[in-house]
Design a protein around this ligand. Structure first.
Ligand code: PLP
Length: 428
């Protein structure tokens, strides 16, 4: 049945079904995007066959001449794109990038200060169900109840009281720009390492439409598959603190460069062989992101998010912080008497994909939640512009307000089909 020569129709049928699902729906999950054909081609290339433990020029396997070139190009393009002095392109995911950063900087039990998961932080920023909360000692900052914004004075107070070894700036569900300069002042005031996780807004940061963490943070990590529009994966960067970030005294009293600490935390510390096919796809995505076209794309992502937030506010929806500076927004549905779970399920029936999300000071469980998170990176890749955002918000409102009415849901689904099905997944 599983003959190696026979095309596996069972799986390819499912891939085709998923392609149709992506083509026919409105994809609003803030962490998703659609990659270009050349990124896809590289991700499915013969480079998947190659083992290459180590780094370019220092591998533990023969036959690495070609992948060495690929990985070097990926590193150089990542540095150019972010204005960084150091890049490691090997982390298999954002979580593995963060694991390596912590391993390079911390010992088990060290205190870390991160953004509360229920206020918009990520699992890897100290959640008790994640390695970061089990291995290290997490404390948290959050947003102000009244404004939904980070309050830097309060973060400074928490830092002073808790004296963390490392502070994480960055989030999965925060729609505002982050003041990394302020975070560095706070970190310096308590002698902490400042680590920015820019997984979500990386594409906007790369194109200069949001504050740049590189001049202020000791270490920066990101995923490559969200607003950066590359293959699924992780990336670690460093700026000017590259050579001697915090005067770490290491083995035998030698002062080692932070770069070699990070490199060895990725491999052999946390991973084996790098995914060279994905690294090739990352290199292509970084090349695309360096282009003028990508600037247009990113500007459109931001315009679409602003247009969408306005349309929601006009319809009485409660957007945390009342708007957005980036590609996403978090909507508190409590004034509409819907849970995040109900909202996600109802929209799913009309082929509008969002995710339920905790909102700050949520009174519901993470399985139910009071909110939904919405992002515009994916729909912008499919060619939607500001005027379409009004129509999309109308559809969302129609579905949420009539979620028991199957006729209306079916009509919304047909509308979604007409809006999306003729568009390629990736519009160049
Ligand atoms: N960091 C942040 C801020 C994220 O939002 C995410 C993913 O959602 C990650 C890290 C983890 O990325 P991955 O899913 O690739 O492990």
């Amino acid at each position: 049945k599983y003959s190696k020569m026979k095309r596996d129709e069972q799986i390819f049928d499912l891939i085709e079904a998923e392609k149709q699902r992506q083509l026919e729906g409105i994809e609003l999950i803030a962490s998703e995007n659609f990659v270009s054909e050349q990124v896809m081609e590289a991700a499915g290339s013969v480079l998947t066959n190659k083992y290459a433990e180590g780094y370019p020029g220092k591998r533990y396997y023969g036959g690495c001449e070609v992948v060495d070139e690929v990985e070097t190009i990926a590193i150089e393009r990542a540095k150019e794109l972010f204005g960084a002095a150091y890049a490691n392109v090997q982390p298999h995911s954002g979580s593995q990038a963060n694991t390596a950063v912590f391993a390079a900087c911390l010992k088990p039990g060290d205190k870390i200060l991160g953004f509360d998961l229920s206020h918009g932080g990520h699992l890897t920023h100290g959640s008790p169900v994640n390695f970061s909360g089990k291995l290290y000692n997490p404390v948290f900052y959050g947003v102000d109840k009244e404004t939904g914004l980070l309050n830097y004075d309060k973060i400074a107070e928490v830092a002073k009281k808790e004296q963390p070894k490392l502070i994480i700036a960055g989030a999965s569900a925060y729609s505002r720009d982050i003041n990394f300069e302020k975070f560095r002042e706070i970190a310096d005031s308590v002698g902490a390492i400042l680590f920015a996780d820019i997984s979500h807004p990386a594409g906007l940061i790369a194109k200069g439409v949001l504050s740049d963490p590189i001049p202020h943070c000791h270490i920066v990590s990101t995923t490559t598959h969200k607003t950066l529009r590359g293959p699924r994966g992780g990336l670690i960067l460093m700026g000017k603190d590259f050579e001697n970030p915090f005067g770490l005294k290491l083995k035998n009293g030698n002062l080692r460069m932070m770069s070699s600490l990070l490199d060895s935390a990725v491999f052999p510390g946390n991973q084996g062989g790098p995914l060279e096919h994905i690294i090739a796809a990352k290199a292509i995505a970084f090349g695309e992101a360096l282009s003028e076209d990508f600037l247009h794309y990113i500007v459109q992502v931001k315009k679409n998010a602003a247009a969408m937030a306005k349309a929601f506010v006009d319809r009485g929806y409660n957007i945390i912080s009342n708007g957005t500076d980036n590609h996403m927004m978090l909507i508190d549905l409590r004034n509409k008497d819907i849970s995040g779970k109900e909202g996600e399920e109802a929209l799913g029936k009309a082929n509008i994909t969002v995710n339920k999300n905790m909102v700050p000071f949520d009174d519901k469980s993470p399985f139910v939640t009071s909110g939904i998170r919405i992002g515009t990176a994916a729909v912008t890749s499919r060619g939607l512009v500001e005027e379409d955002m009004e129509a999309v918000v109308n559809l969302i409102d129609e579905v949420l307000m009539n979620r028991e009415d199957n006729t209306k849901i079916e009509a919304a689904k047909n509308h979604v089909y007409r809006l999306m099905a003729h568009r390629p997944l990736f519009k160049a």
